[in-house]
Design a protein around this ligand. Structure first.
Ligand code: GLN
Length: 535
């Protein structure tokens, strides 16, 4: 197996994750088996305990690992199957080193960053090398070159590439080439300095991917080549895409990135067949229809906080030849000004997941607005919980219905913890996480959408539909269309007599791909399109 390491320079948010994922797309279409993983140099054991303001979305894997959102890109752009071993944080590395120290594994020695921490990082890579059944493992290193916390990772990679010998490892550095308006030119200095930082550590990147808002001309490439000791052909550009991130593989292929990679690694493979991907992108760029969809959330200032949700919506809509005009609505604003001020005229209302009380009444009001005005509704996790609370309050006569997350002493907690569950326990990795089985009721919208009777979906939540109220709610007309058989947990609810009101306790957004939209998002997009057409 060969290894590609992707580092980032100059600033964060350059799209290293996308570059890694897009390279994966191309290499798979050259007939290669590709694995992807990410190193995150922060000290949290996983991002599950971080706020969306800090970190954006937490992406949940099949096995319940709470991971970096770049793993979402990996799964959407390639057919790789990821597990908790594919996201290594400094927190996990230190946790393991300290556990070994206490056990006495290093007895007599001083435990140090080099070699003990770096060895642990190399162990993970070797383990992946032995167990990951692929031709190339692409590893993205989080953060920016020059960060203190990233140093042990880079040092470990330097050692690793030395130990594996020439031709086995390839370093790609994603860097920024800014355009300075006043000077009217592209500037290569930041790239020179960030590559100099890498070379100081002993890493010479073989390929530079230059992120830029403008085309990177030959002269600039030549200059970067000279100063960075990288051949001019291997200085390539990655301009900002015009329409969608799914253009990135096509763009990088035009820049011959895959050819460069395979030449460096000495791998022979057939040319890339990207026709399917080109078609997909073509459809995304020029959809025939349009629909206005409101997403009612509260972390709206962070573009990445709902990454998988907006991607899944985009996949489903473009699959139906629909362009989405996404209206991001702040739930707290609905509390102040009423739902009508924001939701009048939309073709679909989506309430995604969330934690904490802020904005909760705005979300409940959105579910009510969708139900009463027969606007297609898709509720995800908290989006299902608020729909249940709303139905209980407005239809089943449980005026004080709430979730015990927001009102711990609620007398009508239609959403609550399961018996024995302790809210005051440790917070890291203790939610209901990962893939669970769900049985679908025949004839329900959910079952029709999936065209299956059993599904597996990923979860990330602590609270559940309270079965003590199930009979009452069902009698009032709420339809329960998905059940997790072990423990009889409600997974999906629907409102009959409504064009499309489906809400689920799980997170379908984590399983959507551009070429395989998720059934529930597809059903929602279809309903929204019908709604738009009727108008
Ligand atoms: N806060 C809710 C719970 O913990 C919903 C979580 C979510 O939407 N991911 O159950």
């Amino acid at each position: 197996m060969k290894y590609i390491f992707i580092t980032g320079g100059v600033i964060s948010s350059l799209g290293k994750g996308l570059t890694a994922a897009a390279l994966g797309t191309i290499l798979e279409r050259r007939g290669l088996k590709v694995g992807l993983m990410k190193f995150d140099p922060y000290l949290n054991v996983d991002p599950g305990t971080m706020s969306p303001y800090q970190h954006g979305e937490v992406y949940v894997l099949e096995d319940g690992a709470e991971t970096d959102l770049d793993l979402g890109h990996y799964e959407r752009f390639t057919s790789c199957h990821l597990t908790r071993r594919h996201n290594l944080t400094a927190g996990q590395v230190y946790e393991e080193v300290l556990r070994k120290e206490r056990r006495g594994d290093y007895l007599g020695k001083t435990v140090q960053v080099i070699p003990h921490v770096t060895d642990e990082i190399k162990n993970r890579l070797r383990h992946m090398g032995q167990h990951e059944n692929c031709d190339i493992l692409i590893t993205e290193i989080g953060g920016t070159t020059g960060d203190i916390e990233g140093l042990p990772f880079l040092e470990a990679l330097r050692q690793f590439s030395l130990e594996t010998g020439p031709g086995h490892c390839l370093f790609i550095h994603v860097t920024l080439v800014p355009f300075i308006k006043a000077a009217g030119e592209l500037k290569s200095k930041p790239t020179q300095q960030s590559v100099a930082k890498l070379r100081e550590i002993g890493i010479q990147p073989q390929i530079l991917v230059c992120r830029s808002e403008h085309p990177v001309d030959h002269e600039t490439r030549q200059k970067i080549s000279n100063f960075c000791n990288v051949s001019v052909e291997a200085v390539i550009e990655e301009q900002d895409v015009k329409h969608t991130i799914y253009e990135v593989p096509l763009m990088l292929h035009r820049e011959r990135l895959d050819e460069l990679v395979l030449t460096h690694l000495g791998i022979k493979a057939p040319p890339a067949d990207l026709r399917d991907w080109e078609k997909l992108v073509g459809r995304m760029i020029a959809p025939k229809h349009r629909a206005r969809i409101a997403m009612v959330g509260k972390y709206l200032g962070v573009p990445d906080a709902y990454k998988s949700v907006t991607e899944a919506l985009f996949h489903a809509a473009s699959g139906e030849d629909v362009g989405v005009d996404l209206v991001k609505v702040d739930a707290e604003e609905i509390e102040k000004q009423g739902a009508d001020a924001f939701l009048a005229g939309v073709d679909g209302i989506l309430v995604p997941g969330g934690f904490g009380e802020r904005g909760i009444e705005g979300k409940i009001a959105s579910a009510k607005y969708a139900r009463e005005n027969k606007i297609p509704y898709l509720g995800l996790c908290l989006g299902m919980q608020v729909a249940v609370i709303e139905y209980a309050r407005s239809v089943a006569g449980l005026k004080k219905a709430h979730s015990s997350e927001f009102e711990p002493n609620s007398k009508e907690a239609v959403i609550s913890l399961l018996p024995g569950q302790d809210i005051n326990g440790a917070k890291g990795g203790t939610m209901r996480l990962g893939s669970y089985l769900c049985h679908l009721s025949p004839g329900s919208n959910a079952q029709k959408a999936y065209a299956q009777s059993q599904i597996q979906e990923r979860h990330r939540h602590r609270f559940e539909f309270n079965n003590a109220y199930r009979l009452n709610l069902e009698k009032s007309g709420l339809k329960i269309s998905g059940i997790h058989p072990k423990g009889d947990l409600v997974e999906i609810i629907e409102i009959p007599d409504h064009p499309w009101f489906v809400a689920c306790q799980f997170h379908p957004e984590f399983r959507s791909k551009p070429d395989v939209p998720h059934p529930l998002f597809r059903g929602f997009a279809q309903a929204a399109q019908h709604h738009a057409q009727k108008k």
